[in-house]
Design a protein around this ligand. Structure first.
Ligand code: SF4
Length: 219
């Protein structure tokens, strides 16, 4: 059966946010400066009524503004909320190992961000509405960096970006496309911590990503 397209989430349009994003992007032709300007807008964002008042820090993203590869996860956890940085807890260490030991790329070479920039309570999945509220920031980030490759970590990132309800088990293992970037989906590192047996499939996905990127693949 062909993948079900996800029903479009109805979210009130927010011309004020769109105008702020457009103004931030017009400030400079330097990617780093554009990302800093976007991060400042995110710091003041209150679009999600449940997430915004509970956050300690917004977590915009981090890494190389000129990265050819961007990883997109789900949302900040407790460590990320405390530090304002993505993937800094146990799952962050595993992601670093995947990038540095598995792919033999420095973590500072890639860019890492999430579907939502504020921590969902009890580490629950962001709702479709929260993902849609935060989408302009993700799209603007990807628009600035213009990566050639995306690695989507877990069902939330994969389904949200690709606009499908297909399971991560079905989305992984093959290449997709998003706005000109080649896309690989795989399991979220926090899932791998709970289910270490799935690391083998993630390694297959990472090898496919390396192959697509034209990089050396270890056996
Ligand atoms: S998750 Fe995104 S849209 Fe929601 S309040 Fe935080 S920054 Fe704003």
């Amino acid at each position: 059966m062909s993948p079900k397209p996800k029903s479009p989430q109805t979210v009130p349009s927010d011309p004020a946010t769109q105008a702020k994003i457009a103004a931030a992007l017009a400030l400079s032709d330097q990617r780093e400066e554009c990302l800093l300007a976007l991060a400042k807008i995110v710091q003041g964002c209150t679009r999600c009524p449940i997430l915004a008042p509970r956050r300690t820090n917004t977590v915009f993203g981090s890494g190389n503004p000129n990265a050819e590869l961007v990883f997109v996860g789900e949302g900040p956890g407790a460590d990320e909320d405390a530090q304002g940085l993505p993937f800094v807890g146990r799952s962050g260490q595993l992601l670093t190992d995947i990038i540095e030991k598995g792919m033999r790329i420095s973590r500072s070479e890639v860019y890492i961000c999430n579907i939502v920039r504020c921590r969902p309570p009890e580490n629950r999945r962001p709702t479709d509405e929260e993902a849609a509220f935060c989408r302009p920031f993700l799209d603007a980030t990807l628009g600035v960096i213009r990566p050639k490759y995306l690695c989507l970590l877990g069902a939330t990132a994969a389904q949200s970006l690709l606009g499908t309800t297909e399971s991560i088990g079905k989305l992984r293992g093959r290449a997709h496309e998003y706005r000109g970037a080649q896309v690989i989906c795989t399991y979220h590192p926090s899932y791998l911590l709970r289910n270490p047996a799935a690391k083998r499939q993630t390694w297959e996905d990472i090898k496919l990503l390396l192959q697509i990127m034209g990089r050396k693949v270890s056996p």
